[in-house]
Design a protein. Structure first.
Length: 294
């Protein structure tokens, strides 16, 4: 088994030490069982030099964009250089447990699924950690197309997921999102619409670090990125147009809800009653306060 971890770096010097330590511990765990790891760093801030640190076996490689091209472009560039059977897209500021790749790889290798979704520990502002999937019901909805269309993405970061490289859709590789923030949402939607199957791993192997400027927490930025890929989805022959319209309605409704006062929230919810009820049911079923606004 060979795993490729792909990470776009944008002025990420302050994260490098922890990132490299994380990759080295995972490389040792994989090597102890006869497996391989390659780490592909894509420098998307070419005005700064990023060199591969000294690493045993030289399993860490660096590629540099000629200009700032964004997260999606950088992930695809890394993917084009990847040689692993499995791929993980890990952000520069996030981490894994020391043997996470081995655990997820072994788990997925025994399944017919196209990817495994692991649980996540989310670091809070006060330094504490919150488990993401806290109920069986939420874990079951981690890979559910209606939930992604009417509630929102249920994978915090692609760093939770180990994917079979040959299961990544060509459409995602060829039709790039220009606005940073939601290319992973776009990937999961395409995979679900194409019939890809996922299995879930209940233990938290991924650590989402709180930095104060996490892009995933900026709903304005992620909404803009979703609108960007919605335009692309019109050209995908296996992604139904009704899905595009439903997703557009959900993103627009939630933006209106967040921006409105009490009367604005009531008015927008009455105008989108099906979405409102679906989200309330989701919150009750999953026992998560994050559900409605994701």
């Amino acid at each position: 088994m060979k795993i490729s971890v792909i990470t776009p770096f944008y002025e990420g010097d302050k994260y490098m030490s922890d990132y490299v330590a994380c990759m080295e511990s995972n490389q040792k765990a994989l090597a102890s069982k006869g497996h391989q790891l390659e780490v592909i760093l894509v420098n998307d801030s070419p005005w700064k030099t990023l060199e591969a640190p000294d690493n045993q076996g030289q399993f860490i490689k660096v590629f540099t964009n000629e200009e700032n091209k964004g997260i999606h472009y950088s992930r695809v560039l890394g993917l084009n250089h990847a040689t692993g059977d499995y791929v993980m897209f890990l952000d520069q500021d996030d981490l894994l447990n020391q043997d996470s790749l081995l655990k997820l790889g072994d788990f997925l290798s025994g399944k017919s699924a196209d990817l495994v979704i692991g649980n996540a520990n989310l670091q809070q502002k006060d330094g504490s950690y919150l488990l993401w999937y806290r109920t069986k019901e939420h874990l079951e909805l981690a890979w559910d197309l209606p939930t992604y269309l009417k509630v929102g993405i249920q994978i915090i970061s692609p760093g939770q997921c180990l994917i079979k490289r040959n299961a990544i859709p060509d459409f995602w590789k060829e039709h790039l999102v220009r606005v940073n923030g939601a290319d992973d949402y776009y990937l999961w939607l395409l995979m679900m619409a194409s019939g890809a199957e996922a299995c879930t791993y209940a233990e938290a192997e991924y650590i989402h670090k709180y930095t104060g400027d996490n892009l995933s927490a900026d709903t304005t930025a992620t909404d803009a990125s979703v609108y960007d890929f919605l335009d692309l989805l019109h050209d995908c022959d296996y992604f139904k147009q009704e899905y595009v319209y439903t997703l557009h309605e959900m993103i627009t409704y939630k933006a209106q809800f967040r921006a409105g006062g009490l009367m604005g929230k009531i008015t927008s919810s009455l105008a989108n009653l099906d979405l409102f009820v679906t989200n309330l049911k989701f919150k009750k079923r999953t026992k998560t306060g994050y559900g409605f606004n994701r």
